[in-house]
Ligand binder design. Structure first.
Ligand code: GSH
Length: 177
């Protein structure tokens, strides 16, 4: 098994967390990649027309993307229990997964906005709208999943997301403290 990999990608990380949980991480070869929505990675494109990571190559030659499909494939083919097989529990967990993916995608879009888009073309309201999705998602998670046992989880994760989207702001926050 091989995966087009980037250590900075939260979606790749999600797949590797699933692989670690299943005890198979060391059986997945990490292929270097430089996925980028503007300068697309020519090595990934023949396997995945979206040119994104994670892109996963199965031992039988089948190619899988995106991270949800890869995680479910790893779970199904290694007798995992990461995805409930049926019933209310399955739909609840899949909906939480959709929330986490949506928050991650919003954070990534906000990050691309500051990292890739030329300053003159940036739209602050749009970036704030993406970060608002992350914020309301974290608030929902804190409310709905007290079993995480860490009431500060949302705030801390929120700060981490904000720092990624606006690297300069942390310094101002630190000065205020
Ligand atoms: N829905 C996809 C999202 C993957 C994604 O956005 N990956 C980013 C890196 S974190 C990427 O490849 N960006 C380059 C691009 O979008 O062209 C998944 O869950 O795998």
């Amino acid at each position: 098994m091989k995966i087009f990999h980037s250590p900075a990608s939260p979606f790749v990380r999600k797949c590797m967390v699933a692989a670690h949980e299943l005890g198979i991480a060391d059986r997945i070869e990490k292929l270097p990649s430089a996925a980028d929505p503007v300068k697309r990675d020519a090595n990934i494109l023949p396997k995945n027309p979206l040119g994104q990571v994670p892109t996963f190559l199965c031992d039988d030659g089948q190619v899988l993307y995106d991270s949800r499909v890869i995680c479910e494939y790893l779970d199904a083919t290694h007798a995992g229990a990461l995805f409930p097989k049926s019933g209310t529990e399955r739909w609840a967990r899949l909906t939480e997964l959709a929330l986490a993916d949506g928050m991650t995608a919003a954070a990534l879009l906000a990050r691309y906005e500051t990292m890739l888009r030329p300053e003159a073309l940036r739209w602050k309201d749009w970036t704030e709208g993406q970060l608002a999705k992350v914020r309301t998602g974290l608030e929902w998670l804190e409310m709905a999943t007290p079993s995480f046992g860490d009431r500060g989880l949302g705030q801390r994760a929120g700060r981490a997301f904000r720092h990624r989207a606006h690297p300069g702001r942390r310094r101002h926050a630190a000065r205020r403290r």
